[in-house]
Design a protein around this ligand. Structure first.
Ligand code: FAD
Length: 393
């Protein structure tokens, strides 16, 4: 069941069930994650064991409907999970988030046959993957993509290169944005979304090295005369891919906002704790007004980012159009994460520049949030356009 905007309408959880899910996540983070983050992060190692636990916790099906084996969680609960995990290690959220955006595209826009064929295996984590939109020549301007899919007989022949694809190495299935009609005007009418499982003609070009967001793989994906069945065209109709791809961005932006809240909170916690044990001029630095001003601003940003994220998630769960709300949450929370990470580093003085404290990871992770799921420049444009559209003169 989907609402007119294509969102799952059965997403609901009782407050008791939500508390139980969050408690299970907290216990897992305490028991199996916290103490291992630094080693995995610095080795840029894929957290295989944690992925198995994530399967057991149902995270690969968090927002997939229960009828397909998912947890059927609303965006509000999902955002709380993402925030909690990001407070400990943001990279883990990337392993299931783009996978869930791919799943949402199948659930919202796919045929019944596609839902039944893919969603149960997506929900269990048996098949994992993500969304392949970006190309070497374009990310923001998705209508400029060059990857083509030519319909021949029962198959599409796909040629092109995608880049920066999260889970590109470890994942096996991707929703790939292609041009099925390169002449179409407007350009988006010639775009389609295909579910591509790795095989002959679909290979990984290379792993991309990043300054942060370690552990999760980002890769270039190469399609050379790759054959994919027409049964894998999401929704079974060509020309709807752009709409289907951007249809996932509201949830994607709420997710990025939730990560921002997590990073901002983590920076505040680290800074608050450190400022009480580090002494200068005979007293803990938290007693210096200059540090107190920073802590106060950091805490205020955390709370504002959390409330904006909840506000957007609530609108999403009510089935309302919420591109402006999700854009505001994403914009504010990601900038809050960046500012808090930097202030946390300053509060740590020289130790903030060490690789032995968690703050350096927060400082490297936060900028990604200002880029992914639509850059913050684009969020401002989306917010302003909506503002004007909703308030005609
Ligand atoms: C770690 C990581 C993981 C990623 N994972 C994925 C993934 O799983 N799948 C995927 O498809 N992509 C992924 N991406 C790609 C990401 O979505 C893009 O990098 C992002 O959309 C920006 O696109 P771009 O890099 O091409 O920048 P560009 O579009 O080239 O933008 C460059 C600059 O110009 C600005 N700009 C562009 N157009 C306008 C405009 N009209 N008005 C004002 N300013 C403008 C932008 O804000 C930016 O500042 C990932 C990226 C990274 C770094």
């Amino acid at each position: 069941m989907t609402d007119p905007l294509g969102r799952a309408a059965n997403a609901h959880v009782s407050s008791q069930d939500e508390a139980q899910i969050l408690d299970a996540i907290d216990k897992w983070l305490d028991r199996d994650v916290k103490d291992r983050v630094m080693a995995l992060e610095h080795a840029d190692a894929y957290p295989r064991e944690m992925v198995e636990h994530m399967k057991e916790l149902g995270l690969f099906g968090a927002t997939i409907s229960r009828e397909y084996g998912g947890l059927g969680l609303p965006a509000g609960t999902y955002a709380k999970i993402v925030t909690r995990i990001s407070e400990v290690w943001m990279s883990l959220t990337g392993i299931f988030n783009s996978h869930l955006i791919m799943s949402a595209a199948v659930e919202r826009f796919g045929t019944d046959e596609q839902r039944e064929r893919f969603l149960p295996r997506f929900a269990s984590g048996e098949i994992r993957g993500g969304l392949a939109l970006t190309e070497p020549n374009c990310g923001t301007d998705l209508q400029a993509i060059r990857t083509t899919a030519v319909h021949q007989g029962d198959n599409f022949t796909v040629n092109g290169t995608k880049t920066w694809i999260s889970n590109g190495i470890e994942g096996t299935c991707f929703a790939v944005l292609v041009k099925t009609d390169t002449e179409a005007e407007p350009r988006h009418k010639g775009m389609s979304l295909l579910l591509a499982e790795k095989g002959h003609g679909f290979t990984v070009g290379r792993k991309l090295e990043k300054i942060g967001y370690k552990g999760i793989d980002a890769a270039e994906l190469i399609f050379e005369n790759f054959q994919v069945s027409e049964d894998n065209l999401i929704g079974g109709e060509e020309g709807r891919g752009f709409h289907q791809a951007v249809g996932g961005l509201e949830l994607g932006r709420i997710n990025v906002a939730a990560r921002g809240v997590g990073i901002a909170n983590a920076a505040l916690k680290e800074a608050t704790a450190y400022s009480q044990v580090r002494e200068t001029m005979g007293k803990p630095i938290c007693q210096h007004q200059a540090i107190q001003l920073k802590l106060a601003d950091m805490a205020t940003r955390c709370q504002a980012a959390k409330l904006l994220t909840e506000y957007a998630a609530t609108a999403y769960d009510r089935g309302e159009r919420c591109d402006m709300e999700a854009g505001m949450a994403k914009l504010y929370a990601s900038e809050a994460a960046l500012e808090n990470a930097q202030e946390c580093m300053r509060i740590h003085g020289g130790y903030g520049y060490s690789t032995e404290f968690p703050v350096e990871r927060l400082y490297r992770d936060a900028p990604l949030l200002c880029i992914g799921e639509g850059t913050n420049e684009m969020q401002r444009i989306i917010i302003a356009r909506q503002l004007i559209a909703r308030n005609p003169a």
